[in-house]
Structure formats: C-alpha cells, structure tokens
Design a protein around this ligand. Structure first.
Ligand SMILES: [Zn+2]
Length: 152
C-alpha cells in the first residue's frame, strides 16, 4: 500500500477590477481593487475532493495589500460595481541578470515584481530582491495563471 497524502489545497483566480478607484493605505497608488477568488478544497493525493470554503480577496492591484471577503460579500461588491472606467494593468517579473549570483549554492534573489499601467504607461516596481519561490507565491496571491519573466 502506498502512502496516501491528504490535506487542503487552495486555488486562486483573478476575477477583475471592481469598485471605485481608491488610494491604497499601503502603497498610496490610486486604483480600483482587484478581486481574487480563493477556493479551498480537501484533497486526497492532490485531487480536489470536497470544496471547503470559497472567499474573495479584495486587494490593491499594485502591492496586493487587502482584505478577505466572504463569498456573498465579494460577489455583491463585484455586482454592485458601477465604475466602468477602464483599468488595464500588466504584472510581470524582471530577472536582473547582473545581480544574479554565480556560486552553485547561492540563492538567486535577483527577481523583481513590476506592474505596468497600460493606459498611462507608468511602470511601478512592487518589490525587489525576490527569489523565484517568492514570485510563485505572489503569482498565486494575485490569482494569475502565468507571470511573464523578462531577463534584463
Ligand atoms: Zn497598494
């Protein structure tokens, strides 16, 4: 008999930008909030079996500072959103090759997370000196399927 692994898994999905533009108390940028759906499942051998909890994370689309909403609140806020002004942001990673360490055992902390406002053209550096696993976590928090890594 093989070992059976079980526990919980969380799937995240970016749902869109909703609500009024507001200033983020953390990074002070003024944008509509990003809504990310979090689905928590009980899994057996990593196969989702039973849904446990669905919540929404309402966050600043730049620095991802935000709050968790229950499923009902999250849906309601998205439905009641009337501001139809366009907001287009692109999240990507810069891999700063010049900062990449050369030693075999050293940890590569030369990744930077950037968000570009595709309407104004502004590029914002969200965080620097990151590892690849931190980038993976940030991608998950933001509910993104893919994140582009650019070597610079
Ligand atoms: Zn922010």
């Amino acid at each position: 008999m093989g070992l059976i692994l079980y526990g919980t898994r969380c799937f995240t999905k970016f749902e869109g930008y909703y609500g009024e533009k507001e200033e983020c108390p953390h990074c002070h940028k003024i944008y509509k909030s990003a809504y990310v759906k979090n689905n928590k499942w009980f899994h057996i051998d990593y196969l989702p079996i039973i849904p446990i909890k669905k919540t929404y994370f309402k966050m600043c689309p730049i620095c991802s500072y935000g709050t968790e909403l229950n499923s009902k609140e999250g849906k309601k806020e998205m439905l009641n959103s009337t501001d139809s002004s366009e907001q287009k942001l692109e999240t990507y990673v810069k891999h700063v090759l010049i900062k990449k360490p050369t030693g075999m055992m050293s940890v590569d902390t030369s990744y930077e997370l950037w968000v570009k406002d595709l309407i104004t053209g502004e590029e914002i550096c969200v965080a620097s000196d990151l590892t690849k696993s931190t980038i993976k976590e940030m991608k998950k928090v933001r509910g993104l399927k893919e994140i582009k890594i650019i070597d610079v």
